[in-house]
Design a protein around this ligand. Structure first.
Ligand code: NAD
Ligand code: TYD
Length: 355
């Protein structure tokens, strides 16, 4: 069995769905079910005999230790996190708890369990920590892309908490020999992403005829990767990644935010034209910038490509089209989510951005 923490979130649920399609090995999904966790994303596998779920907080030491004792996993994939930069600005405390204390708790329980293993079971155990390129800070337009040797320089409470968790993972390798690997991935997009993040938010707002909020001048650059390609990279790392190493994962798809919004509008103009015959681009609205907004992220993925023969399958255009088609077909999934807490969040985040 493998443990997947945060499996009810965006990337974790995509990972579980992909894994169950291609593997017979069982998964225990360990998720606290915060606002970002949705078991409805996993409806198609919930009755599969290889799928198990435990509603447990990764900061709960006794609860996590009990799961190790009961299920005896051969690997832990740690996706669980508070993941939204804007939320970390409004309320950093949950980020410190889950991302730092939670990762520490998992590491500590994994280590206590791992030292009891023997032979092949001990040699083959893996702790894969899923992290972000945001730990490297912000690039100028002319800077080379982040590689695995780029010094950490996080700028938001989110990225600082992820950086801290990466350091703890590293320390457990060097101090205790726990067989860990860390991944630092660029911005993901695809099915089941919570509509607080740029791409699903713009798709949802466009379909609701609401303004499409663009922070600042829209010139900030992100390096976009289709979520399925990220999941394939994690499988490759679990299989053949070198212990104690970090791997950067990215699509080499650098886009300014304004280009992303325009591309979504163009796809929607074709796939779901507006009743008034105008382009969705007319809904674009420039709003007050995010404080400390990182200018540019870009990933140099040479290491994973060379060592593990990984390549993204989707281009930005093909992945974005697939994603928009998914949101059009799964409007109910989004509709269920954008009630309650989401409404409160939208008011909080955009009220001083004047839309
Ligand atoms: P998400 O916010 O969609 O999902 C996070 C999941 O973790 C949710 O199901 C939530 O319920 C769960 N969770 C939160 N706190 C928990 C706790 N204390 N105990 C147990 N479960 C808890 O996040 P995501 O976008 O799927 O990101 C997954 C991981 O990938 C994160 O570690 C994130 O830092 C990293 N990452 C994300 C991106 C991206 O673009 N989304 C890019 C690179 C790396
Ligand atoms: P986001 O999806 O929040 O990811 P991250 O901050 O982790 O990169 O944002 C992606 C980019 O889009 C980022 O530069 C901020 C910008 N953005 C907007 O312009 N408007 C929005 O409403 C949101 C949510 C993000």
């Amino acid at each position: 069995m493998i443990f997947v923490t945060g499996g009810a979130g965006f990337i974790g649920s995509n990972f579980i769905l992909n894994w169950m399609k291609n593997n017979d090995e069982s998964i225990l999904n360990i998720d606290k079910l915060t606002y970002a966790g949705n078991l409805s994303s996993l409806q198609t596998v919930e009755k599969n005999k290889n799928y198990h779920f435990s509603q447990t907080d990764i900061t709960d030491h006794d609860g996590i230790a009990q799961l190790f004792e009961t299920f005896k996993p051969r690997a832990v994939l740690n996706f669980a996190a508070e993941s939204h930069v804007d939320r970390s600005i409004h309320g950093p405390s949950d980020f410190i708890q889950t991302n730092i204390v939670g990762t520490f708790t998992l590491l500590d329980c994994a280590k206590r369990y791992w030292v009891t293993l023997e032979g092949e079971a001990k040699i083959n155990f893996r702790f894969v920590h899923v992290s972000t390129d945001e730990v490297y800070g912000s690039l100028e337009l002319e800077d080379p892309a982040f590689n695995e040797k780029t010094p950490y320089a996080p700028n938001s409470p989110y990225s600082a908490s992820k950086a801290a968790s990466d350091h703890l993972v590293r320390a457990y390798y060097h101090t205790y020999g726990l067989p860990v690997i860390t991944t630092n991935c660029s911005n993901n997009y695809g099915p089941f992403q919570f509509p607080e993040k740029l791409i699903p938010l713009v798709i949802h707002n466009a379909l609701m005829e609401k303004p499409l909020p663009i922070y600042g001048d829209g010139a900030n650059v992100r390096d976009w990767l289709y979520v399925g390609d990220h999941c394939d990279a994690i499988v490759a790392i679990l299989l053949d990644g070198r212990l104690g190493e970090t791997y950067n994962i990215g699509g080499e798809n650098e886009k300014r935010n304004i280009q992303v919004v325009d591309a979504i509008c163009e796809h929607l103009d074709t796939l779901r034209p507006r009743a008034n015959g105008k382009s969705y681009k007319e809904l674009k609205t420039f709003v007050k910038d995010r404080p400390g907004h990182d200018k540019r992220y870009a990933i140099d993925a040479t290491k994973i490509k060379k060592e593990l023969d990984w390549q993204p399958k989707e281009t930005f255009n093909s992945g974005l089209k697939r994603t928009i088609e998914w949101y059009l077909e799964n409007f109910l999934w989004v509709d269920n989510i954008v009630s309650g807490e989401y409404k409160t969040w939208v008011v909080k985040n955009y009220k001083d951005k004047s839309i």
